[in-house]
Design a protein. Sequence first.
Length: 232
Amino acid sequence: GKNGVTYEKLFQHSLSHVIGRSNGHQRPQLFKSPEFNSDLLIEAPVMVSDAYHQFASDRTVYGRLFTLLSILVNSESVTFAKLQNSAQRERSFMLSSSEEGDRFVSSERLREYLTFMRRVKWIIEPQNRIELTSDGRNAARRKFFNRELLQAINEHVLEDPLDFEKLDEIILSLLSDFIPPTPIRIKERAGMMGIPLNLNIATRVALQILPTTGRFMKGASDGIFPSERGGH
């Protein structure tokens, strides 16, 4: 298929938004035209940046992971409580601010980030203290973060036979059937294709990260993976 934004992909991406906002009363139909539907409007980039994406909001899962690495790279080892205190001094971990006080990413959610970081071998936790590994220190370098992140997900989170190419196929298959490719739908479609997918914590976090890496089309990925609460 063609890599980029087409009329058909724009329709597929817009469909769920229209149905949702009209409470199901409006169900747009795509006029099938071999002349226009597959025409590329915007070509997808071929290369994915090695460096941290400057366009990424620091309140995405992507941005928060890099912030955690930046905190840890300046520490020998820290307790969970100390790491949480440091994170709560960062704007990226704030969910909201009001006269009643500031709300931050919960302890449970922070532990999910750490579960992902353990899975990709960025941290170890000897004696309940959190330390960066050599892989974690490599990922903490801004000019290589994106590359290290994608390699880590591909090597340590996606389990054979699932890889980025297979994930692309699954997502495109769902979109072609006008099904929003949420993690549950991705798991179901993967199963139909004979590909087991375990939606454990690390995998769910990885699915939230991937759109921000540039590995998937940003235009379509907003509707593909769930956004972080209080962020994007």
